[in-house]
Ligand binder design. Structure first.
Ligand code: TYC
Length: 118
């Protein structure tokens, strides 16, 4: 018989309560979930894709206004590559698919990749 009326059941303190006083102590718990690894979507320069097409792609798939899309396109044109946006991995992969799909459909060799940051 382990549940005799005279026995006082052992209890563990409720989460957030420690010690025998009436005071409540909120304990800091280590964070158990990591934020998702972020990936940058990078467009690569080539000699054939029209500048206007690249600007439209950046506006359409990366939600940039015409001014910033043009700046990003020119950076890619001059430096060889440029970051169009930063997303969780699965979203970045979808962006790459969308860009490559639009480029191939239009007959342009535009290249787009995603890579982890940090
Ligand atoms: N270099 C291309 C041209 O002169 C323009 C271009 C820019 C192409 C960016 C691809 O990712 C690119 N028509």
């Amino acid at each position: 018989m382990d549940r005799m009326a005279t026995k006082i059941p052992k209890t563990t303190p409720a989460p957030g309560r420690t010690g025998g006083s009436d005071s409540v102590v909120l304990e800091r718990r280590p964070q158990r979930t990591k934020p998702p690894q972020m990936h940058q979507v990078v467009l690569l320069n080539d000699d054939f894709t029209p500048m206007e097409f690249v600007v439209l792609v950046i506006q359409e798939f990366f939600n940039k206004d015409r001014e910033s899309a043009t700046q990003i396109m020119l950076k890619i044109h001059l430096e060889g590559k440029g970051v169009c946006g930063v997303f969780p991995k699965d979203i970045a992969a979808t962006k790459v698919d969308q860009v490559l799909g639009a480029a191939r459909q239009a007959g342009h060799p535009l290249q787009c990749v995603h890579e982890p940051i940090e």
